[in-house]
Write a protein that binds this ligand. Structure first.
Ligand code: ADP
Ligand code: MG
Length: 907
């Protein structure tokens, strides 16, 4: 049955003759004109009705219909009347049957009452005399033929219990062959037509009771599910037992078995078989031989390979034989002890079938196929693609007129159901796969055999070759041995021959020898003479050579002594050059000191010039007054006038003013003393008169920075003398000067102090004392003021100190690191080695050269960065003497040389 609306097929030739007698009726279900001819192949039998030619080979009237569109095939309905049974014959003896059959007109008249009947047309009308054989041929045979041709087919019996459904379908006819029913005869025809090699027939047998589908071939299987292919709509029962049928006997046994199981099941369920539906399914699978598939486009000359790869075509027809439950309404009788619910359930499938057939007959939009299991199972049988024959069975008894009428109406409606028959033809990929598998296995076996044969052949050839090789080797060895022996023999023979020859020669030569001996002795004497001559010549030559050699050695000795002389002279020359450089350095220093002194003198003069009369006390006042006009003079007149003043006033008087209570007086006095001290000629007198001591005391006592500055300047001047230097030191000059520096604000004060200390630094004897009293530290302490004049003095002091140290080291009176380095002067030295102010730079450069002359300072100098400065001095210094000094210093120090090599610096 088609599912849903519009999918069913509705016949065009359907009619009911109800109430008429003349309307043309449908074609008979069978046109078999020769029922006695049993041959299944008879075309007249298989072509059931001209309008339903199924075989493609017979185009029939529907040649235009496409294969996949199917062929229209209306449900055929035959009515069969059961003969009166004994009871009916007895009970209804006086009554006529409720139906009257007109088989030749294919009509049935149903008596309504004594005077009125309804007439119905059927595809076939089978009287109570119709034989089982005829019933089969009319009802079932066309369906069976269709199934054998690859269509689905359905044969179904519908009717009241006891009207002969089972008789018609299920009789086994074992006692009387004529009794055989449709199932048995259908199987006989099928088995006769199929070929056991290529085709297969298999069977399932089921019972549907109260919506439960039971397997009659395996009673444990009592709830089989129905599976529908959503695409094709095909229904299958994967859970049902399927038994392959090879002969009729096994089929009969199967039916027996099914019947027994049905009986057992019904006993268990306390029901009768009339309440259940029995369903036999016969699957016929046939391979289509010698025919191209309907949709194949290949022509006849395809290769064997292509053929073998083409899947075989199969047709799968399915015959369903349904022995329905009794159509009577049990809820009406209520006699079987079922509840109403149970009754409904028992009749569910049957009433659903009736509803579907009504819907199909009325061309309804919705066909309630899914309402019951029966309708789902039979969806292809009504409104589907199967060829369907329905036999409705009726009894003659007027007592069951109602049931008979309803059965007739069911049949009438079923006749209106139009199916669209479709060939179930498909490619059998499974069997192709099987066939290919077999082919593949054959090929594998063949290959294996060939492989083995090939390997055997290879082995045979190998063995053969091995044998030949061995043989060849042996032959070769034999030949070699033979050859060897032959040569040995030949050799021995030739040796023998030679020996013989030699013997013969010996004998022959015996006579000739005596003559030869005389001349030989003469030759020997000659040779000896020549030899002795050669020997004496050689001796003479040897003597000559020895002589020359000793001369050469003499020459070499004198050359060596000359060389050492030259070296000595070179060394001396170098020393001289060094001394000269040193002297030059000193000269330049003295020159700078001279410059400085003259500058200071100038300044003193200027100050004196500026200082007005003010509060200068009497004596000094007049002194100044005397001096002033002269001070205005320039040039030499100035010094002369101070000298004059000095003589006029008296040194003692001037010095005493240094301690005057009046500050101004003190300032003037100190300025005068300073001016005097600038003159070398006055210095000794000033010192002798205690001037130096007074000046030093002023540094400590006065708080006036001018006093400090001028006094320091005076001390600085006095400090140029070696004796004065010792004096200054002994009177605590260093600490006084340091203190003055610490309190100074005017850079010029610092310049004076630094100048004084710098002078002290130049004293060889005072080095340790000076350093011990913090002289170096005091010097370094002054650099923070940053004034270039101060820095120049500091640099000069350091250079002086370094020079003295260097001297002491050279003389061996000093060992160990430079005290300058000890006191931390090196960083400042390195920092100012390239100072823009040339006085600073020159002093520092000299200081570095002095420090570098002593290996003991080398390490500190390298780590302090002094080496770079020395290299710079060597390369850049504008003064040649300093450059030379730097060069000598660097080349004479192994430490510096090693470091320079390490840094890959060439100079
Ligand atoms: P159903 O299966 O419809 O209930 P059955 O096939 O069991 O009916 O038949 C009931 C009885 O009637 C059986 O005893 C059967 O042998 C007998 N019977 C039915 N049809 C015929 C017939 N055409 N000829 C002779 N006996 C028949
Ligand atoms: Mg029955």
């Amino acid at each position: 049955m088609a599912s849903g609306g519009g999918n069913y097929r509705n016949g065009t030739h359907r009619s009911s003759l109800k109430g008429t007698t003349t309307t043309s009726i449908d074609r008979p279900l069978s046109v078999n004109s020769n029922p006695s001819k049993p041959a299944l192949k008879t075309k007249s039998l298989s072509s059931v009705g001209a309008s339903s030619g199924l075989r493609k080979s017979s185009p029939g009237s529907l040649g235009a219909a496409k294969d996949d569109a199917g062929v229209p095939g209306r449900v055929r309905v035959a009515v069969r009347l059961r003969p009166r049974n004994a009871e009916e014959s007895a009970a209804d003896a006086d009554f006529a049957d409720c139906v009257e059959l007109q088989p030749e007109l294919k009509r049935l008249k149903l008596r309504k009452n004594n005077w009125d009947t309804d007439t119905y047309a059927f595809d076939e009308v089978l009287t109570e005399f119709a034989s089982q054989k005829r019933v089969y041929e009319v009802v079932a045979k066309p369906v069976v033929e269709s199934v054998l041709d690859g269509y689905n087919g359905t044969v179904m019996a519908y009717g009241q219990t006891g009207t002969g459904k089972t008789y018609t379908l299920g009789r086994l006819g074992e006692e009387d062959t004529a009794d055989r029913g449709i199932m048995v005869r259908a199987m006989e025809d099928i088995l006769a037509d199929v070929s056991p090699e290529s085709d297969s027939v298999s069977v399932s047998y089921l019972q549907l009771y109260m919506e439960s589908l039971q397997d009659l071939l395996d009673p444990t299987n009592d709830n089989i599910s129905i599976v529908e292919d959503p695409k094709s709509g095909d229904v299958s029962l994967p859970g049902a037992t399927v038994v392959e049928i090879r002969d009729q006997q096994s089929f009969l046994e199967l039916l027996h078995l099914g019947e027994a199981h049905r009986y057992a099941a019904n006993t268990k369920l306390n029901t009768e078989s009339s309440r259940s539906h029995a369903i036999l399914m016969v699957h016929v699978k046939r391979s289509v031989k010698g025919r191209e598939p309907a949709h194949s486009s290949e022509n006849g000359n395809s290769t064997n390979m292509a053929k073998s790869l083409r899947p075989p075509l199969v047709r799968k027809g399915k015959l369903i034989v349904v022995d329905l439950a009794g159509s009577e309404r049990i809820d009406k009788s209520g006699s079987e002890g079922h509840t109403l619910e149970e009754a409904k359930s028992i009749n569910l499938s049957l009433s659903a079938l009736g509803k579907c057939i009504n819907a199909l007959a009325e061309n309804s939009a919705h066909i309630p196929v899914r309402d019951s299991k029966l309708t789902r199972l039979l969806r292809d049988s009504f409104g589907g693609t199967a060829r369907t024959s329905l036999v409705i069975t009726i009894g003659p008894s007027p007592r069951h007129r109602g049931e008979t009428a309803s059965t007739i109406m069911f049949g009438q409606r079923a006749m209106k159901v139009e199916n669209m028959l479709k060939l179930k033809e498909e490619f059998d990929y499974k069997s192709l796969a099987r066939r290919l598998d077999i082919q593949l296995d054959k090929l594998i076996m063949e290959h294996e055999r060939k492989q083995k044969a090939f390997e055997d052949e290879i082995e045979r050839i190998t063995t053969d070759a091995q044998v030949r090789i061995t043989e060849a080797e042996r032959n070769f060895a034999d030949a070699m041995e033979k050859e060897r022996l032959k040569y040995q023999k030949d050799y021995m023979e030739s040796i023998k021959k030679l020996e013989e020859k030699w013997m013969m020669n010996q004998q022959k030569q015996g006579g000739e020898r005596k003559e030869q001996m005389v001349s030989t002795a003469e030759e020997v004497a000659e040779v000896k003479k020549l030899l002795s001559k050669e020997t004496s010549l050689r001796k003479a030559a040897e003597e000559e050579v020895n002589n020359l050699k000793s001369q050469l050695a003499q020459l070499k000795i004198s050359e060596a002594s000359a060389n050492s002389e030259i070296l000595k002279l070179q060394k001396m020359l170098e020393d001289e050059a060094y001394q000269k450089e040193k002297l030059e350095g000193e000269i330049s220093m003295l020159q700078s000191q001279l410059l400085q002194l003259s500058f200071e003198a100038d300044e003193t003069r200027r100050r004196l010039d500026r200082g007005g009369p003010g509060k200068v006390p009497g004596g000094l006042d007049s002194l100044i007054a005397q001096v002033r006009p002269q001070l205005k003079d320039s040039g030499n007149g100035e010094k002369a006038s101070i000298a004059k003043l000095f003589e006029q006033v008296g040194l003692q008087k001037i010095l005493s003013l240094l301690e005057a209570e009046d500050a101004d007086v003190r300032i003037h006095a100190v300025k005068v003393v300073a001016n005097l001290a600038a003159e070398e000629t006055n210095q000794q007198k000033i010192v002798e008169a205690g001037g130096l001591t007074s000046l030093l005391r002023l540094l400590g006592s006065s708080e006036d920075e001018t006093v400090h500055r001028v006094a320091a300047g005076a001390i600085a001047n006095l400090a140029m003398n070696e004796t004065n230097q010792e004096l200054i030191m002994s009177q605590g000059g260093i600490s006084l000067l340091s203190m003055t520096a610490a309190n100074a604000e005017d850079p010029q004060t610092l310049r004076m102090v630094a100048g004084a200390v710098a002078n002290l630094c130049g004293n060889d004897k005072l080095q340790n004392k000076l350093r011990g009293e913090g002289g170096i530290k005091a010097l370094l302490g002054m650099v923070k003021c940053g004034h270039p004049d101060v820095l120049a003095q500091v640099a000069r002091g350091i250079a002086n100190f370094a020079k003295c140290e260097s001297r002491a080291s050279t003389q061996g009176s000093k060992t160990g690191r430079s005290l300058l380095i000890e006191d931390g002067a090196l960083p400042w030295i390195v920092q100012n080695a390239n100072n823009d102010a040339s006085p600073i730079r020159r002093h520092i450069e000299l200081a570095l050269c002095h420090l570098a002359q002593h290996e003991v300072n080398a390490k500190d100098m390298i780590s302090g960065g002094a080496l770079w400065e020395l290299v710079r001095i060597l390369q850049e210094c504008s003064r040649e003497d300093i450059r030379t000094l730097a060069h000598r210093t660097l080349t004479s120090s192994p430490t510096f040389l090693a470091e320079l090599r390490r840094l890959r610096i060439d100079f």
